[in-house]
Design a protein around this ligand. Sequence first.
Ligand code: ARG
Length: 457
Amino acid sequence: MWGGRFAEGPSAVMREINASIPFDKRLWRQDIAGSQAHVAMLGKQGIVSSEDAQAISEGLDAVASDFEADGVPVDYALEDIHMVTENALSEKIGEAAGRLHTARSRNDQVATDFRLWTRDAIDEASAGLKALQTALLARAEEHADSVMPGFTHLQSAQPVTLGHHLMAYYEMFARDRARLADARARLNLCPLGAAALAGTGFPIDREATASALGFDGPTRNSLDSVSDRDFAIEYLTAAVQASLHLSRLAEEFVIWASQPFGFVSLSDQWSTGSSIMPQKRNPDAAELVRGHAGRIMGCMTSLMVSMKGLPLAYSKDMQDDKPPVFEAHDLLGLCIAAMTGMVESASFRTDRMRGLAESGFATATDLADWLVREAGVPFRQAHHITGRAVARAEADGVRLDQLPLEALREVDDRIDQRVYDVLSVDASVASRMSFGGTAPSRVREAIAAARKTLEEE
Ligand code: ARG
């Protein structure tokens, strides 16, 4: 394709290091779509004859059917998907194939293909996360009243509901999807027509190719168009952030599935056994979601490091942009699907959750708040009094609400019988009525609002 000025061919290692076809064959659909838009425009502008444009277009369709049926041939000599496609086209239609590359370079071609591919990756990730949000909503609704211990420092803090806890992840994934949408909006300009770096002297119509490919318009600077990959980096940063959220949810499943917690039992479909310990039900999928987040972060780092020192415009280092993006996409898709499956099928052991919420003095803040409200005690003092009540309950080996009134009054005689109304975990969660709080009625409101948001998308 470029051998005119060379007397000798490249060495075998040169061919191998130069070839991106082993991985960029994944761009074949985008490459064909880009070429179809380009040739239609060339024909319309009279840059190639309408007969040639038609022959090329039909030839591209035939090449696409071959690739669909037999896969993309991997030939190092042809370097990349752009050359492989053009070569296949010339085998189909002969000399006219050579007119396709008029007013185009592989530099704007690959930038276009990769934007198209990344746009689909964004849409796929967003759809997957939406399915996960839907699963979280369903489980949250089921457990809007199920009391569990809320933790800080992984120490029992205040009772919350499982529904509220699950809805926290709904919010995180909503932000991840907003980040993806934001990246998509900035990505959606078409570099085709920037040619090698300087634009072209042919009378091309960049608006036409951009709109044929579903872009909002053409990119504005030819050098920038072929030399930046920030759209891919933005996708990766959004993917990393989503994977961090997935990893935290996965980590909670690992903890919750452990025997000391026993908050959840994963379904058989999402558990694995041990080859030596017959009793085991391991949360491998959750652990791998946690692990894969590290790999996705590695993909982001890899592309950032590739790009950080490159002068304008195109450098071949940029060919290395694709493996990390492909890998991140594949890993993220798996992680989202696995977490969705786990959320949908987990059995939550609400008895265990309630038991632990009741045993951890989680309503201590409610006692302090009661002293403030009913006895006019300043909060700092109420905190201290409550601390003494907890110490007393701990010494007696009982829960706070099991301490007899005499014992509470020995701690502070302003306490009376009414305090028992606030010491149960149910009373505690029901009282957290502030906007965004864990009261079951608030959680139901949040679920209804979320459902409406998803439906209206
Ligand atoms: N395979 C190349 C890539 O992925 C395509 C662009 C090659 N351009 C060039 N001037 N060698 O980036």
